[in-house]
Design a protein around this ligand. Structure first.
Ligand SMILES: [Ca+2]
Ligand SMILES: [Ca+2]
Ligand SMILES: [Ca+2]
Ligand SMILES: [Ca+2]
Length: 421
């Protein structure tokens, strides 16, 4: 529900939990590298490295049906209850999903020069380059009416379910809208030296310059009971319906709230690898895990190891987990599946109707290959196939198809080499 509070230079891959605490949700685009994630009530919107929007989860209002026009040119996203907001590179605000309360229709003056967006259950917020806040959509609690005291005074925004938070340019928290659980009663500690804010559904978090998390509002899930290890060294915060979270400078993620049997703890294997996180409705938590972190220094980036059932804490590069003759590290280089003996780097040949040799290589993502050939294997001389010295295979295809002219002089052997990612 919160706007991006900190910007991270690194991108990451999404690991998401929902409902069943033991099962990471299958994120459809797990292999894309993302720079931002935002959880709505039961859907997730993410911004990929190419400035394109991807979404998954509930789609009953079209909140996860990303229009093709947002495949690029986007600089921020925000997931609301049942709608999604898109901030374009040119500063315009767009959206998709539910629009029953006009949450997708920003006022004219809010549709330009916007630098941040945030979405509530049925309303939307934008912050412009002149530090002005705009709100639109459902206004049953006054959440759609921005107080005049905030004129040109806001540096960050965060929408709750039915209320909003603003961080003023002088470091205090302001709030308006629903006050049914005391969301608007700003504690004294949150009136100065605040560097980040996160509105949960009915509670709030603020981060002090000293790295301490302050919480107030609804505490029915103990989401305001800040644990000791979130009282110092915190660098980022997130709040949802039942949970609160803090990311510490030592890489530890602290989760509190929903103390019932469904409680989701911070997954141990993500420690030291999380770059940001977002919380939605109920038990939905998404983590953005670094694209580049390799804590066990085995040459395989840890998100890839976790996605493929390998241990990110043991140097297992020389293992051959599935016994297919390729080490886990070789499978990493090829982006084949190290837990599937039928998945490994290979090249197979066929002949197409006009007599050309067609080579097939396995599907993978973000990998480049070099295709080489030899007519005399005893010489050990391999030459790049002209025009095929660097082949990028897209993960969307089942097979990369590489067409080469048939050599009628004799046998030709081809080999495919994965290039370092
Ligand atoms: Ca590793
Ligand atoms: Ca490892
Ligand atoms: Ca293997
Ligand atoms: Ca394999």
């Amino acid at each position: 529900m919160s706007a991006p509070l900190c910007s991270f230079a690194v991108s990451g891959h999404v690991f998401e939990w929902s409902g069943d605490k033991d099962a990471a949700l299958s994120v459809p685009a797990a292999n894309s590298a993302f720079t931002q994630i935002s959880c709505g009530f039961s859907h997730t919107v993410a911004l990929n490295e190419n400035g394109g929007v991807e979404a998954w989860g509930a789609n009953d209002q079209g909140q996860a049906a990303v229009p093709a026009v947002y495949e690029s040119g986007v600089k921020a996203v925000a997931a609301g209850g049942f709608h999604s907001l898109v901030l374009l590179n040119n500063g315009l605000v767009k959206g998709f999903g539910e629009n029953a309360d006009g949450q997708l229709n920003p006022p004219k003056q809010a549709a330009r020069k916007v630098v941040a967006v945030s979405a509530g259950l049925f309303h939307s917020l934008a912050l412009d380059v002149n530090h002005n806040v705009y709100a639109w959509g459902y206004n049953g609690f006054g959440q759609g009416t921005v107080p005049s005291r905030l004129y040109q005074n806001v540096s960050a925004i965060s929408a709750g379910a039915m209320h909003n938070l603003a961080l003023t340019t002088w470091g205090s928290v302001d709030a308006w809208g629903d006050n049914s659980t005391g969301q608007l009663f700003i504690p004294e500690e949150a009136t100065h030296d605040i560097v980040a804010i996160a509105a949960g559904y009915f509670h709030n978090l603020a981060l002090t310059a000293d790295g301490e998390v302050i919480a107030w509002g609804d505490n029915s899930y103990k989401q305001c009971k800040v644990p000791g290890d979130a009282k110092k060294n915190v660098i980022a915060i997130a709040a949802g319906e039942k949970y609160s979270m803090a990311l510490r400078s030592d890489g530890k993620v602290v989760v509190w709230g929903n103390h019932g049997p469904d409680k989701i703890d911070a997954p141990k294997e993500l420690e030291g690898r999380v770059v940001s996180m977002s919380i939605g409705g109920e038990d939905q938590i998404a983590y953005l895990v670094s694209s580049t972190t390799d804590l066990d220094q085995d040459g395989m980036v840890d998100w890839w190891e976790m996605s493929n059932g390998l241990s990110p804490d043991d140097d297992d590069k020389d293992s051959d987990s599935d016994g297919d003759g390729y080490t886990d590290y070789e499978e990493y280089l090829a982006d084949s599946n190290p837990s599937d003996e039928f998945s490994h780097l290979s090249v197979s040949a066929g002949m197409d109707t006009d007599g050309q040799v067609v080579l097939f290589s396995p599907a993978s993502s973000d990998r480049r290959y070099q295709l080489e050939y030899t007519t005399d294997i005893s010489s050990g001389e391999w030459k790049p196939v002209p025009g095929k010295s660097s082949i990028t295979v897209s993960g969307a295809e089942t097979f990369g198809r590489i067409q080469v002219a048939a050599n009628t002089d004799g046998f030709v052997l081809y080999r495919l080499r994965a290039q370092l990612p």
